[in-house]
Write a protein that binds this ligand. Sequence first.
Ligand code: NAD
Length: 331
Amino acid sequence: MDAMQTMERLVEQLNQYNYHYYTLDQPLVSDKEYDALYDQLTALEAETGIVLPDSPTGRVGGELLKGFEPHRHLAPLWSLDKAQTEEHLINWNNRVIRLIDDYNSKNPDNPLPSPTYVVELKFDGLTLNLTYTDGKLVQASTRGNGVVGEGILAQVKTIKSVPLTIPYREGTIEVQGEGIMNLSVLAKYNETAAEPLKNARNAAAGALRNLNPRTTAERKLNAYFYNVGYSDNIQFTDHRQMMDFLKDNRFKVNTYIEYFDDFTQVMKALGQIQERRDSLDYLIDGAVIKVTDMRTREVLGYTDKFPRWAIAYKFEAEETTTILESVSWNV
Ligand code: NAD
């Protein structure tokens, strides 16, 4: 088979998997298998310089389900670049440093600081984008294709920790987080469920994209927030300040969040998270590393799909519903 035929086959296969994963919330294959095929396609596209028009590498999210009102995000919701090896992470960091150095050599009067990093857990659920106007929750949506998502306000309102009003009342903001189902909640749900749910990620995504909010409510979902994606009036100087804003406005923020000046410490932290992964009461599929300074983020900018200032370190795929003792990171 030549490269073109292989690419056509991969595109077709991956689009089929995407449909089952994002639209039906019923994956046909494991994430590991999916990621291997995706990487194979990306490599072939780089090698041949050809990207087929319906290639999944050009898009961020999934198809919109009929029955939900579309919501146009006020700022795009990006995907994340992914690394599975230390080498890949080091390359990412080297590029960050190089871009900062380039900028500083052209702007010696107003240089960017040396990069510092924040490490967060990469929750495995469904992306949520919440819109607040003058302090009131007015919309909630899925990521969809990154530009337009599905309005799921009634469903999101069933998540008890999501604030319906917030103290910040100056115009409109959009905040992003992840809707999840805690593993202990899933286990309890399955004790009496007519149809037990196999996997917490799909249980959460399926519940949030269910046209009947009562079904959503029965799943007793939870959510962690990690980003202010849009705001009329407010600007943050760094990630810490943004997280303080989220906390001050009563959003649930995960207790694991660590800041580092030194990239070797970041790598160490990733190993520690991986070791503690199985003791968490929710699924994570990795950790996310972000540059903390907001001006640096602006300078580094975005590729078609990803911010250059962040990268996801993906762990080996694992689907588990086992719960061990909870640890102090759980809120
Ligand atoms: P992504 O891996 O590109 O990551 C972006 C998402 O990470 C965000 O939208 C957000 O929801 C989430 N996230 C969680 N914690 C975060 C944090 N602290 N900061 C920022 N973002 C955070 O997301 P994606 O494009 O939805 O997923 C792609 C992956 O999904 C693939 O690599 C694959 O593993 C899996 N997938 C599997 C199949 C399958 O059939 N098994 C199909 C499609 C995709």
